[in-house]
Design a protein around this ligand. Structure first.
Ligand code: NAD
Length: 351
């Protein structure tokens, strides 16, 4: 029988399709903004939309970087105040969107975000920030973007390995939502559809990075999975990636792609229902191994050592993970966690 549950919807306006970025000026106006700052990670991305935003753009800040360091936010905030900006338009991956959210946390300015990766930050009220090697996250309604424009055409340029690792990052949101302590049937439905869409589309990117049907499915799957991230509490996989990203500054999407198969294998014995949903979404097989294979077959690094992590950091990360216990289907055991991290470091396929 279905258990009682709580579902908290997130109030954002979403446009999804191809060529939808052409609606950016109309959406800025709809937010009531007349002086927006465009934020991005690279100037070329910012310039892509400057002319589309038109006279409502008062400036560009193209200095967003991964893990939202507080010093970058301070510089961007100085631009906001100097320009008298009344809104933020962010174009790019989770780094650009993270900066936009950090600005909103301090100013409560409305945000219009245009994601170009599959990271999913656009749908969440979560902000992760880093300061002197420590990454912290917080939830606040202030940081949830008011408007999201998904334009599939903007994802064609995302290189293969970044596309697949970012897609596995998206899949991780849906996977962990299925066994979250606050899971619910609405989110389970999004998660299953999200995993299925990503599982179908990611392997096909090897053949053609600009196949519109494949890119539509990948972006759609990422959106559904991002809703899962926004609405449930994540477990071991996210905590591990968070520790690796904050302490060792490892790249976000690639770290998720390496860790997910191992975290899933760790939890597999206690998540029967989630495993059967994943198997249904993937058309059978062992979910952990099949995710590993998607990464490996696309040339995505499968070991943390390939991302620059030193072997001596295995113990550092184990201690950091064990220092802050949190709910997870299989309780955390230092020895087994160490083995998980060592396997992820070496890049062995989970069995
Ligand atoms: P990213 O935004 O740093 O992008 C990775 C690289 O891809 C960058 O060099 C970027 O310029 C490039 N790129 C982006 N889109 C491109 C495109 N379409 N074509 C070509 N190149 C493109 O990385 P990410 O993985 O998207 O985001 C990671 C960040 O997002 C981390 O800081 C992470 O903590 C954060 N994040 C936050 C949440 C949340 O809910 N708060 C969720 C997911 C990720």
């Amino acid at each position: 029988m279905m258990k009682d549950f709580l579902y908290q919807g997130m109030p954002s306006r979403v446009r999804f399709g191809r060529g939808t970025v052409s609606e950016v000026a109309a959406e800025v106006e709809r937010l009531g903004c007349k002086r927006v700052l465009i934020v991005a990670s690279v100037p070329e991305q910012a310039e892509q939309i400057r002319s589309l935003v038109g006279s409502a753009c008062v400036g560009v800040f193209a200095g967003a970087v991964m893990h939202t360091p507080v010093e970058v936010t301070e510089t961007a905030l100085a631009h906001v105040h100097r320009l008298g900006a009344d809104g933020v338009v962010a174009l790019g991956g989770g780094s650009a969107i993270g900066l936009s959210k950090a600005i909103a946390l301090h100013t409560d300015l409305p945000q219009l975000v245009i994601p170009t990766t599959y990271a999913g930050s656009e749908m969440t009220p979560i902000l992760g920030q880093s300061e002197r090697g420590v990454k912290t996250t917080q939830r606040s309604a202030k940081v949830l973007p008011e408007t999201v424009i998904y334009d599939v055409d903007l994802t064609f340029s995302l290189p293969l390995t970044m596309s697949v690792s970012s897609g596995i990052n998206a899949m991780a949101h849906a996977v962990e939502a299925l066994y979250a302590s606050d899971a619910n049937p609405i989110i389970d439905t999004f998660a299953e559809l999200g995993i299925a869409a990503l599982f179908r589309s990611l392997p096909k990117l090897r053949d053609d990075l600009a196949d519109p049907e494949v890119r539509v499915e990948a972006l759609y799957g990422s959106w559904l999975s991002a809703i899962c991230l926004a609405s449930t509490s994540m477990g071991l996989h996210h905590k591990l990636c968070h520790t690796l990203g904050g302490a060792l500054n490892l790249p976000h999407a690639e770290t998720h792609a390496v860790v997910l198969p191992h975290a899933l294998a760790y939890n597999a014995s206690k998540i029967d229902k989630a495993m059967s949903v994943m198997k249904r979404a993937m058309g059978g097989g062992d979910p952990a191994g099949r995710i590993y294979d998607i990464a490996k077959n696309s040339g995505v690094p499968v070991g943390l050592r390939e991302l620059g992590m030193k072997e001596t950091d295995i113990d550092v990360v184990t201690s950091a993970v064990m220092a802050k216990p949190y709910p997870n289907p299989v309780p955390l055991d230092a020895q087994i966690i160490r083995r998980l991290i060592a396997n992820a470091w070496g890049g062995t396929r989970p069995d």
